[in-house]
Design a protein around this ligand. Sequence first.
Ligand code: AMP
Ligand code: MG
Length: 398
Amino acid sequence: MLTTVEATHAIGKAIVDFGSETVALDKAIGRVLHRPVHAERDQPPFDRVMMDGIAIRFADFDTGERNFPIQSRQQAGEPAHRLETGKCIEIMTGACVPQGADCIVPVERITVSDGAAGIEAGYSAERRQHIHARASDHTEGTQLLRPGTRIAPADVAIIASAGLPEVEVSRLPVIRVISTGNELVPAGKPIDAHQIRESNGPAVVAMLKQKGYVDCQHDHLVDDVEILERRIAEHLDAADVLVLSGGVSMGKADFVPQVLQKLGVEVVFHKISQRPGKPMWFGIGPQQQAVFALPGNPVSTLVCCRHYVIPALAKASGASPGNPVFAALAQDVAFRPILTCFLPTRLVSNAAGTLLALPVHPNTSGDFASLTGTDGYVELALEETFFETGTTVPLHRW
Ligand code: AMP
Ligand code: MG
């Protein structure tokens, strides 16, 4: 049986990169960048006016002149006008600084009459005031985004500013989510007393989609070796990644590991020293498909999906790993078995800015209703059995 860290490591070593594709910028949000993005030009690309007002020569102001005949009006998007000595140009935010000008006086500080702008008495100006100097943010060719960046809205602005209408990102994997179990009936279908609602499939698909893995179809299979073999073979042919739930424990109808192995999926591990989710199985298919077979108990399924599947997909997408996050336990927790405990939690922060974890104890690993309102789960170390209030522990947000 592997530890949680060993299991993560084994998956990371075995899973293969999804490769890349080029997408239009309006499809790039949430995708993982595969190439660096460099500045197309200096930023700003010219000395840029930062206030609506007038552009003057500071030297004219410095000699005591306060009344400037208006020579012209220059808006953003116009080439720079040439300023004549002793005059001013009406100027707008975002325009380039007119040639010869080196001082912007805001519109609030002037009065216009008879075609001239008078600057208010007592106003003091400085050379180059309200001018955003060319290249003061960054210079042409500077690397602005690194490969591995998960593209956020600000990154979309950076890519657009670099003049790129499309961008190379990691290829989205084709994922098949497969629920197994004779007892399962989907929402919308009549159900008998001895049956239960199929909830893992929709939940796993939802989690994957929320993380941007939108190409995931769902199937439900009964616990029948022949049917499992035929249908899982089809899914293996179609997909980069399979996420199964159920049928991986020691029960007489837990056929998933044997079926997967028969289909040429090589087992990397079966069982992790954790609760929930101990029976998890992972293997690599004949075409390098990553096959996650998660235990069927709904809390186990969701925790295992978040803890192993999501990070593995990020790794195979070339995403740079995020920084670990920690929270302090808001209450004592005792956990006897020598297993890593994944404990669902709500989060609050105290006045000192510390993130506090308020554990929610599911009744059993089938008690998925207790997960509502939780922000994630904390990870309680394998070796310990008692965790005092205030103990700092790794936090994993959903
Ligand atoms: P299994 O891992 O197949 O032994 O399932 C363990 C428990 O989780 C059983 O009580 C199942 O009924 C339940 N379960 C398995 N799959 C699902 C599912 N897709 N949706 C809801 N509950 C499930
Ligand atoms: Mg089952």
